[in-house]
Write a protein that binds this ligand. Structure first.
Ligand SMILES: Nc1ncnc2c1ncn2[C@@H]1O[C@H](COP(=O)(O)OP(=O)(O)OP(=O)(O)O)[C@@H](O)[C@H]1O
Ligand SMILES: [Mg+2]
Length: 539
């Protein structure tokens, strides 16, 4: 967690004069020491300065009744900010910032409210069950010989919590857990959900929290399950499944399964697949990572993208069948190709064989390899208009646990849209619309477009009338489209009949119903047949 505890410190809190000194004495001694220190400091090399500071701390620790806990911004081996630091920052901003003399203002991404945090080197005091606890935010420059790409990496920030020795048990057992829990709760309360997309590799520049492989905007899609048009029973099934997943940490652990779930959304364009993803994110309060697979250059890059995700989230790959030639990678190469190929060694790079592209195995690994279990709960969603084009390995249960078909608008779905767009639950045209929807395939997107009022004054009759007209039009078009087919079928049948006639002369005459009594007709028919036979012979 990045917590470091020392007994005693130079940061003796100003609120307590507990050693029996008078204030005047303390200040004058301190002033003299500081003056002396600044004089000496100018002439000391770095290493000696560090050494002296450590020595001073040890001396103070021996005599001071105070304990200091340091919460560093970054854990030793991590780019990312430590969770304890973020929780402490959120806790102090929410509970103690009001008492600080100097504050730092910030406007978080997409937020309308300015957030205030305690400024560097400012001290604030917190009370907890009768104990007084002193927080100070420190900023030091790291003495490093490494030439840093980003100068900000040189700065080392930390929160220092100083308190009297007698409160040590209380702080460890109750206060720190309280700070972490409150800080996390504040973070969740203030959190803006975010929509991430992957940067192209060239843009992986360093940021304050490490290299940026994702960039994000505020996720503002208003879709919810209440506004989603689909069969209510199926909708409830999905909501139940999501709830089971969200609250299933213990269950997943008990059955030895990584806490993740895959959903495959398939169906024609405009049936609500993207809308469903937004509804899921809003329901679960998760971020969304919209992965543009065509921009990912290799399996290694895909893994890196996965590792750089944080928190609870949904990873989405839209139109998976168009994103990558997945089935092609599974085709068997012919024997000659096999001979030409050098034997593949475990250390050979996967990408070499695949023009540096993401492969099916890379994607499968991304979904449920060992890496996919890092970091807690996550949902992976694929969307496609053509489920049949996908490799079965990609969508088997366990990878894509639930297959959800988004289909044409049913009457129940229409009622949801009518309520969303026009605020009506009943209307005399509903009966006709129900009948037409049973006859015609219309996507929810088309139904919604027809229901959309054209002016601020919602004219319910006009909008529903427009929909009825559009449905009738679609019905007519469907009938017209079906007619040539039917005609073609009839023609095919006729042709089949004629062919049979040609094969079997006698039967054709009887079955075709020609007037066998008429000599002229008979003569004509015989002549025609003879002519045909001649033509066929010549052919
Ligand atoms: N089931 C639905 N419920 C509510 N609105 C819907 C639904 N389906 C479509 N819509 C409306 O139609 C629009 C387009 O839908 P959406 O983008 O979700 O379709 P899609 O299935 O993702 O299409 P594509 O396959 O082309 O990506 C949405 O903005 C929404 O307004
Ligand atoms: Mg879509």
């Amino acid at each position: 967690m990045g917590l470091e505890m020392v007994g005693g410190d130079a940061d003796v809190p100003a609120y307590d004069s507990g050693f029996g000194y008078g204030w005047a004495g303390v200040w004058s001694t301190l002033a003299s020491l500081l003056f002396l220190w600044s004089m000496v400091q100018d002439h000391l090399p770095f290493q000696l300065e560090d050494h002296l500071a450590a020595l001073a701390r040890r001396v103070l620790a021996a005599v001071s009744p105070y304990v200091t806990i340091t919460i560093d911004e970054h854990a030793a081996d991590s780019f990312a900010r430590s969770e304890a630091y973020r929780a402490a920052e959120a806790y102090l901003s929410a509970t103690c910032a009001g008492r600080a003399a100097r504050l730092r203002a910030d406007l978080p991404d997409g937020s309308d409210r300015v957030s205030l945090a305690v400024d560097d080197h400012v001290e604030v005091v917190d009370d907890f069950r009768g104990a007084r606890l002193c927080w100070r935010k420190t900023k030091t420059l790291r003495h490093t010989n490494v030439i840093a790409w980003n100068p900000r990496e040189e700065e080392r920030r930390a929160y220092r919590l100083t308190f009297h020795r007698r409160h040590r048990a209380l702080v460890e057992a109750a206060y720190l857990p309280h700070v972490l829990a409150e800080g996390r709760a504040v973070t969740v309360r203030n959190r803006q959900r975010r929509l991430f997309t992957n940067n192209t590799s060239g843009d992986w520049a360093g940021g304050e929290d490490g290299p940026r492989v994702w960039s994000h905007v505020k996720l503002e899609h208003p879709s919810t399950f209440a506004t989603l048009a689909m069969d209510p029973a199926r909708k409830q099934e999905i909501v139940d499944d999501l709830e089971m997943f969200r609250d299933g940490k213990e269950y997943y652990a008990s059955v030895g399964k990584a806490w993740k779930r895959g959903y495959l959304l398939f169906g024609p364009p405009g049936t609500g697949k993207s809308t469903m993803i937004a509804a899921m994110a809003n329901f679960l309060d998760y971020d969304v990572y919209d992965l543009e697979l065509t921009a990912v250059k290799s399996n290694t890059e895909l893994r890196r993208l996965f590792i750089e995700t944080t928190g609870k989230f949904i990873i989405v790959i839209e139109d998976i069948d168009c994103s990558i030639d997945l089935t092609g990678k599974r085709k068997k190469s012919n024997k000659n190709d096999k001979k030409k190929k050098k034997k593949k060694m475990p250390w050979d790079n996967d990408e070499e064989d695949n023009d540096g592209k993401v492969t099916l195995s890379g994607l499968l690994n991304f979904i449920d390899g060992l890496w996919s279990a890092c970091g807690g709960e996550r949902i992976i969603i694929f969307t496609t208009n053509h489920k049949e084009k996908l490799d079965p390995a990609l969508i088997r249960r366990g990878r894509m646990d639930m297959h959800i078909e988004m289909s044409y608008c049913c009457f129940e779905g229409f009622k949801v849209l009518a309520n969303n767009y026009l605020g009506v639950a009943e209307h005399e045209l509903f009966g006709e619309i129900r009948r037409l929807l049973e006859e015609v395939n219309m996507t929810p997107a088309d139904v919604a477009e027809n229901l959309m009022p054209r002016s601020k004054k919602k004219d319910v009759d006009a909008c529903l009338g427009k929909l009825v007209k559009a449905l009738k039009e679609a019905s007519r078009e469907a009938a017209l489209a079906a007619k040539p087919l039917a005609l073609n079928k009839d023609e095919d049948k006729d042709e089949e009949g004629t062919d049979e006639d040609e094969d079997d002369d006698n039967s054709s005459i009887t079955s075709s119903g020609h007037d066998s009594d008429s000599d002229d007709e008979e003569e004509k028919t015989t002549k025609k047949k003879e002519a045909k036979k001649r033509i066929n012979k010549n052919k």
